[in-house]
Design a protein around this ligand. Structure first.
Ligand code: KG4
Length: 345
């Protein structure tokens, strides 16, 4: 890197159903545009083919807006970063292809990013006028999203190890699938969160897994929730409508208890008290309250991301790219996306 030269990263995130572009200058976020796709609501889940088509429509205006809002010109960009995986292959291809075209046209390097590392490193983003705290190493990150539930030992910016993970469904999937059974639209997580605030969390009891080590399981809870409703609906066809808030509160309480149990165990086992949370489910108000309570009780130094950084966003991709840029880790022009990737790939 040339001494004194600004590092300006333009990043693209297109791994699932949000098209996002961000500009980061010397670690400071200048813009983070996210275009969410509404087209999937009618289908109760993300339809991969529709997602890639929507990414294709969104990507040029989203990048254009990110550059304009950042107040930079295309010529100022030092490198373009893109999410290589994990995610939906067609969606990832849109971002990867766009990045290649942009890199070739501008004569700048490309940086490929692991989406999971991005979530973890969102805590290092700096914004003008903000407090800008960031966790020390090593720390533990509870990564909870629609596709992942993991406890990650973060040793350095680009050195991470998964020490616990789900053996079946992710926490976000548990929220979404149970919400679907209650007749709610996709994604159900935020709706369950909202309704849970009006309900009694002790109204109903659902199955909790007995999994060894630091691993998670949510499929048993989903089945227990489904069978519970099936039996109650036989007695009262309005059971869901009459008990929706209590059902949401009890379901949310169970999911949070499962997540917190292993996180506390991981902190005890490693002796680490520096704790972060990341991913879409980290926006859950009940989970945030549980984390704060545990942090106070156990003297954790806790980091909760701001809302825009909980969901899929290009800001976190740009942050990860900044560290890779500093190490000179650039992608080859024949880089291809991967649907599956581990945290350390
Ligand atoms: O990280 P993310 O945006 O992307 C994917 O993994 O695709 O996470 C999305 C997940 C969905 O399952 C959604 O229901 C869940 O995060 N989610 C929530 C909340 N906000 C988003 N779950 C519970 N409470 C919330 N407030």
């Amino acid at each position: 890197m040339e001494q004194g030269k600004d590092i300006v990263i333009l990043a693209i995130e297109s791994s699932c159903d949000d098209t996002s572009a961000a500009v980061l200058k010397n670690g400071y976020l200048l813009s983070n545009i996210i275009a969410s796709q509404k087209v999937h609501e009618a289908y109760g889940g993300v339809v991969p083919e529709l997602a890639s088509r929507a990414h294709q429509q969104n990507i040029v205006p989203v990048v254009d807006q990110a550059i304009k809002q950042a107040g930079i010109s295309r010529k100022d960009v030092s490198a373009i970063a893109f999410t290589r995986g994990p995610g939906l292959l067609g969606s990832l291809l849109v971002g990867t292809s766009f990045a290649k075209g942009f890199a070739l046209a501008s004569g700048i390097p490309m940086i490929e990013i692991n989406h999971l590392q991005g979530h973890v490193l969102a805590h290092f983003l700096k914004e003008e006028g903000a407090e800008n705290r960031s966790p020390k190493f090593p720390h533990l990150c509870l990564l909870v999203s629609g596709g992942n539930s993991q406890i990650i030992l973060v040793k350095d910016h680009l050195e991470m190890e998964v020490i616990g993970q789900t053996i079946d469904d992710a926490a976000g999937e548990a929220f979404d699938k149970c919400a679907k059974v209650m007749g709610m639209p996709y994604p159900g997580g935020p709706l369950v969160d909202r309704l849970a605030k009006e309900g009694n969390p002790d109204a109903f009891q659902f199955a909790k897994p007995r999994i060894k080590d630091l691993n998670y399981s949510f499929s048993g809870l989903k089945t227990s929730f489904l069978y519970f409703l099936r039996d109650r609906l036989k007695e009262n066809e309005n059971f869901i409508e009459e008990n929706k808030a209590d059902l949401c509160a009890s379901l949310q309480k169970t999911i949070i208890a499962i997540l917190m149990d292993k996180l506390v165990k991981a902190c005890k086992q490693t002796g680490i008290r520096e704790v972060t949370v990341a991913g879409g489910v980290s926006a859950n108000s009940g989970l945030q309250n549980a984390l704060r309570a545990e942090a106070e009780k156990r003297h954790w130094n806790l980091f909760i991301p701001k809302f825009a950084f909980t969901m899929d966003n290009a800001a976190m991709i740009a942050m990860t790219a900044h560290y890779k840029y500093l190490k000179g880790e650039f992608a080859a022009m024949d880089a291809i996306p991967f649907a599956r990737m581990n945290i350390q790939e």
